[in-house]
Write a protein that binds this ligand. Structure first.
Ligand SMILES: CC(C)(COP(=O)(O)OP(=O)(O)OC[C@H]1O[C@@H](n2cnc3c(N)ncnc32)[C@H](O)[C@@H]1OP(=O)(O)O)[C@@H](O)C(=O)NCCC(=O)NCCS
Length: 187
């Protein structure tokens, strides 16, 4: 398994709007940005599972747990940084036991930083590490009406391979949840 230490710079690129984006592993110093980021997603009612704001204590536990797993090579977590602020995160968590070759992916980019290519590049970087980790298949779940996310996943080669009818309730409306998967090339 590959191990990534906190704060390691992985890739730097120029976004479609000209801003410099640094893709790196998260670090302790991200704690306040990470809290603000997740709570901003809850506040805008983004199409993610989380529907209540997090406390700083919860976020500390989340970051501590994930940094530990990152250092042990048990998960992939990559942050996007613009102008010194955390504006995006992708995570890949391998399943366990007989499904440990399948990685579950989650991604979000902050409002104000979307549609400039950060999501696609975060996914490409995550996939590179997933291949090194010898994962064979990537899996994710997305709300059916999350058109931007579905577009990005299809662009990355994911196909709809399952569906949970009325799997999510948002604003008193049930929506299907799509399960999308992609077979990874071998390392
Ligand atoms: C989904 C998300 C991760 C994508 O990240 P991003 O940085 O905006 O993605 P990119 O800029 O790389 O690509 C966005 C693409 O969507 C396209 N797009 C934007 N709005 C769209 C829409 N309503 N329908 C279809 N495509 C759309 C853009 O044109 C662009 O496509 P292109 O590169 O082919 O031109 C990000 O928008 C996000 O975090 N959204 C809120 C939280 C969320 O939904 N997370 C995913 C949960 S499954």
């Amino acid at each position: 398994m590959i191990q990534l230490s906190p704060g390691t710079v992985l890739y730097v690129f120029t976004a479609k709007d000209g801003r410099e984006v640094i893709l790196r592993t998260p670090k302790w110093e991200d704690i306040d940005d990470a809290l603000e980021f997740i709570n901003s997603l809850v506040e805008e009612d983004a199409m993610i599972l989380m529907n209540t704001k997090k406390t700083r204590e919860h976020e500390i536990d989340w970051l501590a747990d994930n940094l530990k797993k990152l250092e042990k090579g048990k998960m992939i977590m990559i942050a996007a940084e613009v102008d010194g602020r955390l504006v995006g995160i992708v995570e890949v968590r391998p399943h366990f036991g007989k499904m440990s070759h399948v990685g579950s992916l989650g991604i979000s980019v902050k409002k104000g930083y979307r549609d400039i290519g950060i999501g696609v590049d975060l996914m490409k970087e995550a996939e590179k590490h997933a291949i090194h980790m010898r994962l064979k298949t990537m899996q994710l779940e997305v709300f059916e009406k999350n058109e931007r996310a579905v577009h990005v996943y299809e662009k990355m080669g994911y196909k709809v391979t399952g569906r949970i009818p009325e799997g999510v309730l948002q604003n008193d409306e049930y929506m299907d949840v799509l399960i999308m998967t992609r077979k990874l090339p071998s390392s």
